[in-house]
Design a binder for this molecule. Structure first.
Ligand code: 13P
Ligand code: SF4
Length: 311
């Protein structure tokens, strides 16, 4: 797209948002033009909090489907739009509500903590939801004598066991993008940039996480945690182990510091389905509305509300 077309579409998107009383929320992995036109950019936790408290009548969610569903659960009276209905998530696909019901039946009395990357049906079967930004705080808030079923991300689960010292029963799901960041990617950088700080998302593959433990220059963080950490750090070179969309935000908000992806292949094709053109169409024509069946939303709300209040 030419810069002129981007500028025209950006101006029209802002005008359409004003006309329709819409707020545009964009995840840190969105393409630069979408991040640049959004009202708020953030991680899953920050965007859910924005969705819960906005006064706008319409929320346009530039992210993936489970995020738009979560916004609808938190703000049922609002219209929630997603610019492409096919923007899914391999991690959310790794467990169904039926599978969770069977798992719960095998572990009666256990508390269920679901990562936000799950469908509304799975959330409806859960006691707590969490994001990478508050998973540790949520696990630490739970009674020590209760078994915890944690789902669906195995790498986040292993990391949580490590930082909380609690034994969790963990579902074996993964995100194909983060699991695809290999130990060799990290090793290469450790050789090439021994002076850099390494920012690692907890969904990343176990081996790279394990290598990370015990190294004081390695920091396991949510995407918003990465932005905050890099802003406050006295260091000026950072290697980033997560989806590459975050580099736009880091570079824009923290000029003068250097950010490099440990793997250029770490691109989520679902996040990239949302484009400026589709956002424009979404605002102009009101597509695609995301709805959550009333009974599922009612049952999911308690877990999701716990997620936005425990930070
Ligand atoms: P956060 O932005 O909450 O760290 O999540 C990363 C992610 O993979 C969302 O799909
Ligand atoms: Fe899902 Fe992974 Fe894409 Fe995040 S990066 S939306 S967890 S597939």
């Amino acid at each position: 797209m030419t810069t002129m077309l981007t500028d025209v579409l950006t101006a029209e998107v802002r005008e359409l948002a004003r006309e329709h009383d819409a707020v545009i929320l964009a995840h840190n992995y969105q393409v630069p033009e979408v991040q640049d036109v959004a009202d708020f950019i953030g991680d899953s936790l920050g965007l859910s909090q924005q969705a819960a408290q906005t006064n706008a009548s319409v929320i346009v969610f530039c992210g993936v489907h489970f995020m738009a569903e979560t916004a609808k659960i938190l703000s049922p009276e609002k219209t929630v739009l997603i610019p492409d209905l096919d923007a899914g998530c391999s991690l959310a696909e790794s467990i169904t509500a039926d599978q969770l019901r069977s798992w719960k039946a095998e572990h009666p009395g256990a508390l269920v903590v679901s990562y936000v990357n799950t469908s509304a049906d799975v959330k409806a079967e859960s006691d707590y939801c969490c994001t990478s930004g508050n998973a540790q705080a949520i696990i630490e808030s739970l009674p020590a004598d209760r078994q915890i079923l944690f789902l669906p991300d195995v790498f986040l689960g292993i990391w949580l066991e490590r930082v909380t010292g609690r034994k969790l029963t963990v579902w074996m799901g993964e995100c194909h993008v983060h699991a695809g960041i290999r130990p060799a990617d990290i090793e290469r950088w450790q050789d090439e940039a021994p002076d850099a700080e390494l920012l690692v998302h907890p969904e990343c593959g176990c081996a790279s996480q394990c290598m990370a433990f015990g190294n004081e220059r390695t920091h396991i963080l949510s995407t918003e945690g990465m932005v905050r950490f890099a802003k406050e750090s006295s260091k000026d070179r950072f290697l980033v182990a997560t989806e590459t969309g975050i580099l736009h935000r880091l570079g824009k908000e923290i000029p003068g510091k250097t950010f490099e992806a440990v793997s250029e292949q770490a691109v989520c094709q679902y996040m990239k389905m949302i484009t400026l053109e589709k956002l424009h169409t979404s605002l102009r024509t009101g597509v695609y509305e995301v709805d959550v069946e009333a009974d599922i939303a009612r049952r999911a709300r308690r877990a999701v509300e716990r997620m936005v209040t425990i930070a």
